[in-house]
Design a protein around this ligand. Structure first.
Ligand SMILES: C[S@@+](CC[C@H](N)C(=O)[O-])C[C@H]1O[C@@H](n2cnc3c(N)ncnc32)[C@H](O)[C@@H]1O
Length: 312
C-alpha cells in the first residue's frame, strides 16, 4: 500500500444532522471529526441514527488537488464528498472526479450496484475516504421527483425511498396491507404500482383513494385485527404512530402467522427516543433498521424476502 494511504482501524459514522446526540449515545466512545462525522475504533457498531456508515475508511495525505483526485480515482469511479471544512478545495477535488448524478430520481428507480464511496477533508492535505458505505446514495442522500398534486401527504416520499433501498417493490396485483394509512400517501404509491391495498385506519383516506377500485378501506385499530382476518399478503406496511414496543408486538404476531412475505414499518420515536426496540427489530432474521433520508424522528424496519438482495 502507498505510504500516503493508511488504513484506519475503525469505522466512520455519518450522523443525521438533527439527531447527532442519538448517534453519540449509540457509539459511546468516539472521536468527533467535524460536521456530522464520527470515528469509532474497532468493528462496525450497531448505530441506527446515521445517514451513512463508511465501512473501510482510509486516510490519504496529498500535496495537490490533482493528487487527491487521482488517489480516489485509482480506487473506484464513484465518490461523494461530505465536507465540513476546506469547502473550496473540496469542490475542486470533486470537479476532477467522474461526475455523479444528484438530480431528483423518478420512482421506482433501480439503484446501480456500483459502490458509492464517501470522502471528507480534515485539512488542506489530509482526506478520509471510504470506498464502501452502507448507503447506495451519494453521501447518504436521495431526492425523488415530487408530485405535488396527487399524493395526499408527503409521507409517500419515505415509502418510495424505503422500497428503493429494499431494491424491491410491489408488483401489479400484489396484496398489500397499509396500516395507519390515512390520508393515503403510502396507499397512493402502492396503487401507482398497480398493487391491491387493504388500508386500515380509524380515519378515512383522501376521497380519490377511497374511490380507487384497488383500495379496500377498513375503519379499525390495525393492532386488534388478527392476521388470519386479513389473510395472506405480499407486503405489510405500517406508518402507525405508536410506541415502538406496540409495533414490535404486532409484527411478531404477523411473523408467527407466516402470512406476510415482505415488511416495511416506520418505528416512530418520542422524546428521548427508544434505543432498545430497534435492536429487537434488527434481531429478526434478514431484516434491517435504517434511518432514511426522508425519515424524521423515526427509523424504518425493512424485511424483504430473500430472492432479491437489499441494501443496508
Ligand atoms: C403518520 S400517519 C400515516 C400517514 C400515511 N402513511 C400517509 O402516507 O399518508 C399515522 C396514522 O396512523 C393512524 N393510527 C394511529 N393509531 C392507529 C391504530 N392503532 N390503527 C390504525 N391506524 C392508527 C392515525 O390515524 C394516522 O392516520
Amino acid at each position: 500500500m502507498d505510504n500516503r494511504i493508511e488504513k484506519l482501524e475503525g469505522i466512520v459514522y455519518q450522523g443525521v444532522d438533527e439527531f447527532q446526540q442519538h448517534l453519540q449515545r449509540e457509539l459511546g466512545e468516539y472521536k468527533y471529526l467535524g460536521g456530522n462525522l464520527y470515528f469509532a475504533e474497532g468493528p462496525q457498531r450497531q448505530a441506527f441514527w446515521t445517514e451513512n456508515i463508511w465501512l473501510n475508511p482510509i486516510k490519504i495525505t496529498f500535496d495537490s488537488i490533482s493528487e487527491a483526485a487521482l488517489s480516489l480515482r485509482s480506487i473506484q469511479r464513484n465518490w461523494a464528498p461530505v465536507l465540513f471544512t476546506q469547502y473550496r478545495r473540496g469542490m475542486l477535488i470533486q470537479e476532477k472526479l467522474p461526475p455523479i448524478v444528484q438530480k431528483p430520481r423518478p420512482f421506482p428507480w433501480e439503484v446501480p450496484d456500483a459502490p458509492m464511496g464517501a470522502w471528507t477533508l480534515l485539512d488542506a492535505h489530509t482526506m478520509i475516504a471510504s470506498p464502501l458505505c452502507t448507503s447506495p446514495f451519494p453521501a447518504g442522500k436521495i431526492e425523488f421527483v415530487e408530485n405535488k398534486t396527487d399524493p395526499p401527504s408527503r409521507a409517500y416520499l419515505k415509502l418510495q425511498e424505503a422500497l428503493v433501498r429494499a431494491r424491491r417493490w410491489p408488483q401489479v396485483e400484489d396484496r398489500c396491507l397499509d396500516a395507519g394509512a390515512c390520508p393515503g400517501g403510502w396507499t397512493w404509491v402502492l396503487t401507482q404500482l398497480g398493487a391491491q391495498v387493504t388500508a386500515i385506519d380509524r380515519a378515512p383516506l383522501d376521497d380519490r383513494l377511497m374511490k380507487n377500485p384497488l383500495v379496500t378501506y377498513i375503519k379499525h385499530d390495525a393492532f386488534t385485527l388478527k392476521p388470519e382476518e386479513i389473510g395472506p399478503i405480499d407486503w405489510l406496511f405500517s406508518d402507525v404512530i405508536c410506541y415502538p414496543p406496540r409495533l414490535y408486538e404486532w409484527v411478531q404476531k404477523w411473523l408467527a402467522s407466516g402470512l406476510a412475505k415482505n415488511y416495511i414499518c416506520t418505528i416512530k420515536m418520542q422524546g428521548q427516543g427508544d434505543f432498545e426496540t430497534p435492536r429487537l427489530f434488527t434481531s429478526i432474521p434478514d431484516s434491517k433498521v435504517i434511518h432514511l433520508h426522508y425519515n424524521k424522528h423515526e427509523l424504518t424496519w425493512i424485511k424483504v424476502a430473500h430472492d432479491a438482495g437489499y441494501a443496508s
